[in-house]
Design a protein around this ligand. Sequence first.
Ligand SMILES: [Zn+2]
Length: 207
Amino acid sequence: MRTIFFKAACLVVVMGCNGGSGKSSAPPQAAVCDDSLPTAQSLYVLPYTVSESYRVNQANCSGFGHSDFWQYGYDFEMDIGTVITAARAGTVVHAQDGAVDGDRNQTNLVTIEHEDGTVALYSHLTLNGVLVTAGQLVAAGDTIGLSGDTGNTGGLPHLHFSLHPCSDLPGLPGAGSCPSVFVNFRNTSANDNGLEAGRSYVALPID
Ligand SMILES: [Zn+2]
């Protein structure tokens, strides 16, 4: 089974937040988080079971774990083993398992490519928590994995979710040329400017 060092969703520990690409990080830039999209127009639904609610521990442009390449993304606090669902229909690109919870060097993850070429990353999944395989087609709301505490979570079990314009992410084959982009979710309370850290969001039924 492949095991690849991957530091998505990293806190600024050990490698900084360049995703562990081995390249020196660009100088920190002032976080610009003025992105906005009407909630109802979002193509994405929250990546967990309808009617459940989870707290966002870290949102966009936190200046800590979510900066630079990883500027946009959400960390949902979850007990290990929580069901993770696809935020949008697509095809599984990466399905990487094998790390044990508590392993800070390897992350279990899934990436899913959508019809417009964008790619969603779901990381820190638990051991044996990757429930899809590369090439598999999934619909929004389909179960794809179980949350966990693998990789650089800071010791807080959570799901890291981020959206990228392509699948070239640090630690996976390639050079890591697809930094995170803004995303919000249509099946919850208004979040035109993205989810807010410290708030919990219930997943409403998917239309
Ligand atoms: Zn994160």
